[in-house]
Structures are given as structure tokens and as C-alpha cells.
Design a binder for this molecule. Structure first.
Ligand SMILES: NC(=O)c1ccc[n+]([C@@H]2O[C@H](COP(=O)([O-])OP(=O)(O)OC[C@H]3O[C@@H](n4cnc5c(N)ncnc54)[C@H](OP(=O)(O)O)[C@@H]3O)[C@@H](O)[C@H]2O)c1
Length: 252
């Protein structure tokens, strides 16, 4: 064991948006989806203040959030998060779109929603404001009327073989769509499943400098616990106390 005091953030160089994008580039020449997950939590582990994350997101967390979107092929999210956060499309501004195109990425990453019940509405902001079709990965048992209405509204639908969407089916859907640089933005149910199936390559966790108490969830939950050792990657900090740590899962 060697315990060291990490270098003072004040002595490290500042990172602007471009530097963050460079730092968080995905591994080159992927042949399978690389699943990066991004969450923000309070120091005491709360992931919401009430229903949403709004008061947890510091300026540095927002900068990282958008930098991670800028380098991803797709934003993957569970349906409850879409509903709770009134999710919109993941369009960046003109500069981000130009940067993406210059780096061989589609200008706008689609949002891929997992919902066994096809539980997003055709008039949800995510659908109506989309310039790139959102994708719904849903179960074979989802109501056909709901699925048809979403397809009419422009949603691309991928159906699983059974009553749930397994991690393998989700990864196969992303592979089939050519979306290998995956950024999963939660929520805890989706992350719990992905961790259980050892389908997470990287966990980016921002700790917001406050404690909340209350009944909020932690970043992952699942019926049973699974031990997944992680290696520490980048460790970033803002002067306001925000800490952003990249945790890497080395798996073959
Ligand atoms: N702090 C953060 O960084 C952060 C990030 C994300 C979310 N959140 C918070 O987390 C809360 C939501 O938590 P949650 O655990 O309920 O969210 P979730 O994982 O986004 O959504 C769970 C729902 O997604 C669908 N789903 C997920 N995996 C599925 C699968 N394998 N097969 C079929 N359906 C699947 C199901 O939707 P259907 O019921 O439609 O079938 C399920 O009810 C919100 O309050 C949100 O604000 C916080």
C-alpha cells in the first residue's frame, strides 16, 4: 500500500471544453459497444434533490456532461429518467456539431431510450424536438398501439425477444445501429442491470460539494449486489469543490 496526497488541483492546467473532449476520447477502433456511464451525486450519495438532478449539477459537472455527449455516438438512457427529467434531444450547438463532423462523428448523437413498456409519449420533447430520430429499445410485450404511435411520430423502434430488454439485446441493438461509443446517462435501474451483466466499461462519477440526506436513490440499484473492481482514471476538480472521477472497468 502506498498512500499519496494527490497534486493540488490549483497546480494542474485548466481544462476547457476542447481539452475535456480530448481527454475523454473513446478507445480507437472499437469492435463492440464501449459503455461509458455518467452520473452526478451529492457527497452522501444522493442522485436527486426531490425528483430531478438540477441542484446537483455544478458548472464543472455541466461542462463534463456536454463534453461526454460531444464525443459519443449515442446517449443511452432509461425511460424513468426521460420522464423525470423531461429529456430533450442531445443536439449540441453549431460549434459542437462542426467539431463532431470534423472528428468523424455524426453531427448529432441519437438518444436511445430503454423502456420495456414503450413508456414514452409521441408528443414528448425528446420526440417532437428531435432532428435525429430517437431510438426506443423495448420489449416484445410492449403495447403494439403505443409502439405504432411512436413509430408514426418518427421513433426508430427495436424490439427484444421477450418481456424484458436484456443487456445483450441492448448492446446488440446499439451494434446493429453502428453506435459503439455509448454514453449512458442513467438511471440507477439501467446502471444496476448493466453492472450486473458486467456490461459497463467506464463509470464517470461527479461528486457535487453538498450533502442532501433524504430518500434519494444511489447511482445503481439491482435485486442483488455484484462486485465489480474498478481502476481510477482521470480525477478532475473545480475550485467550487466539485470532484469528477473516471473509473475504468478492465474487462476483456
Ligand atoms: N444524478 C444523476 O446523474 C442521475 C442520472 C440519471 C437519472 N437520475 C434520476 O434517477 C431517477 C430515475 O431512476 P430509475 O432507476 O427509475 O431510472 P431509469 O433506469 O432511467 O429507468 C428505469 C425504467 O427504464 C426502463 N428500463 C430500464 N432498463 C430496462 C430494461 N433492461 N428493460 C426494459 N426496460 C428498462 C423501464 O421503463 P418502463 O417502466 O417504461 O418499462 C424502467 O422502469 C430520476 O429521478 C432521475 O432524475 C439521476
Amino acid at each position: 500500500m502506498v498512500v499519496r496526497r494527490l497534486e493540488s488541483p490549483a497546480r494542474a492546467p485548466d481544462l476547457d471544453d476542447l481539452a475535456l473532449r480530448e481527454l475523454y476520447g473513446y478507445p480507437p477502433e472499437l469492435t463492440r459497444p464501449y459503455v461509458r456511464v455518467n452520473f452526478v451525486s451529492s457527497v452522501d450519495g444522493a442522485i436527486t434533490d426531490g425528483e430531478t438532478v438540477s441542484s446537483l449539477a455544478t458548472p464543472a459537472d455541466k461542462a463534463l456532461f456536454f463534453a461526454l455527449r460531444a464525443v459519443a455516438d449515442a446517449v443511452l438512457v432509461g425511460a424513468a429518467t426521460v420522464r423525470a427529467e423531461n429529456y430533450g434531444p442531445a443536439d449540441g450547438d453549431d460549434e459542437v456539431q462542426r467539431w463532431r463532423a470534423a472528428h468523424g462523428l455524426a453531427p448529432i448523437p441519437p438518444v436511445v431510450v430503454v423502456s420495456g413498456s414503450a413508456g414514452i409519449e409521441p408528443d414528448a420533447r425528446l420526440v417532437t424536438a428531435a432532428r435525429v430520430a430517437p431510438v426506443l429499445v423495448t420489449a416484445a410485450t410492449a403495447d403494439p398501439g403505443r409502439v405504432a404511435a411512436l413509430e408514426r411520430a418518427g421513433v426508430r423502434v427495436v424490439r427484444s425477444a421477450g418481456p424484458e430488454v436484456t443487456s445483450a439485446e441492448l448492446l446488440a441493438a446499439l451494434t446493429g445501429l453502428g453506435l459503439l461509443r455509448v454514453l449512458c446517462e442513467g438511471g440507477p435501474t439501467l446502471l444496476g442491470q448493466l453492472l450486473g451483466d458486467d456490461a459497463v466499461d467506464e463509470l464517470c462519477v461527479t461528486t457535487s460539494p453538498l450533502a442532501l440526506g433524504g430518500r434519494a436513490s444511489r447511482i445503481a440499484h439491482s435485486p442483488t449486489a455484484t462486485r465489480r473492481p474498478l481502476r481510477r482514471g482521470h480525477m478532475l476538480a473545480d475550485d467550487d469543490g466539485t470532484l469528477m472521477v473516471q473509473w475504468i472497468r478492465d474487462r476483456s
